[in-house]
Write a protein that binds this ligand. Structure first.
Ligand code: ZN
Length: 139
């Protein structure tokens, strides 16, 4: 069995953002030389997500509105978590909804996506450095 482990670095300049990381993961699949296997991609921070959906700006704006309705950033005093001195109570909840990781099959050396599937990094408490783990195993 072959494997490749890589840590992608992110530093988003805004509090929230969605970043298409499909190309970076595809590069790693190529680099791994794996033809048949599994690719795991997970956020290593509890205020960031990795998820799969459409690369469509209207949808991303809808996510932003929907998440902000579910867990508004303001007022920060509404979250017990923020009594610790943090202001990211909303970001932990948004991360939970959007998910920690994705697993994509590798078939014939490529990520085996549905037609519109793309991988995104979801940042909910940015302006600092964070990491995403990519692990590819197979042969
Ligand atoms: Zn926190």
């Amino acid at each position: 069995m072959k494997s490749l482990t890589e840590y992608l670095q992110f530093h988003v300049d805004t509090r929230r953002a969605f970043v298409n990381i499909t190309g970076r993961v595809e590069d790693l699949v190529r680099e791994s030389g794996i033809r048949e296997g599994i690719c795991l991609v997970n956020a290593m921070h509890i205020t960031a997500s990795v998820f799969i959906n459409d690369d469509e700006s209207g949808l991303h704006a809808d996510y932003e509105d929907w998440l902000e309705q579910l867990a508004p950033h303001e007022p920060v005093s509404r979250y017990r978590h923020n009594r610790t001195g943090e202001d990211n109570g909303d970001a932990h909840l948004k991360r939970q909804v959007m998910g920690r990781e994705v697993v994509v099959a590798v078939t014939d050396g490529r990520l085996d996506f549905g037609t519109w599937e793309r991988i995104f990094y979801g940042e909910f408490d940015g302006r600092r450095s964070k990491r995403v783990l990519v692990k590819i195993i197979g042969e």
